[in-house]
Ligand binder design. Structure first.
Ligand SMILES: [Cu+2]
Length: 66
């Protein structure tokens, strides 16, 4: 398993948090969002998923991964 902390811009409310967490979950990882700081801690199996793939699913929700 790998853990990565991403800085995500554009999240403003609980809906954003569940969008991001849900998107990462659907991709096969787990995300924990800290709304105040915009930090998203993702845990994933790095034999199946890449940081790049996780960034893409978050960006598909309309947020920017810095
Ligand atoms: Cu929102």
């Amino acid at each position: 398993m790998a853990t990565e902390v991403l800085q995500v811009k554009g999240m403003s409310c609980g809906h954003c948090v569940s969008s991001v967490e849900g998107a990462v979950r659907n991709a096969g990882g787990a995300a924990k969002v800290d709304l105040a700081s915009g930090k998203v801690t993702v845990e994933f199996d790095d034999s199946k998923l890449s940081v790049q793939a996780i960034k893409e699913v978050i960006e598909e929700q309309g947020y920017d991964v810095v």
